[in-house]
Design a protein around this ligand. Sequence first.
Ligand code: FES
Length: 142
Amino acid sequence: MRGRNPYLAAGEARRPTRPYTITVRHPPGPDSPGDTVIFVDPEHLSNGDHGLVGSVLGQALAAGVEIEHSCGGVLACSTCHVYVTAGGKSCGEASEEEEDMIDGAPAVRSTSRLACQCVPDGSSDIVVDVPAWNRNAVKEGH
Ligand code: FES
């Protein structure tokens, strides 16, 4: 599934104005891709065909870094659940719709965000941890 949730207003997220990095940390394991640092150029934001333009998911997919995204980034699942463990303030507040969807995810923490909806403003580098259950979902082909 691709596209945008028609029930959400467009253009709500702030866009970055300076380059920054997203470090994606996958949980350890035999098939783990490990840690990847993505350099984000605000002049070339992407949604990787999934999620909001400039979102963590979009930037990751555009860089070839996989994060599960069963609904295609239209805020209809919680498989893109990640923990923003550094630089979370640059991501702004989650929308009510995002928070409602996160509530349905396993192992929710105060740092939980949906990667397809989380658009950093570039005021700091960020680090996101992919939950272990998310990696398992990818491995099983869901
Ligand atoms: S991919 Fe479904 S909510 Fe992000």
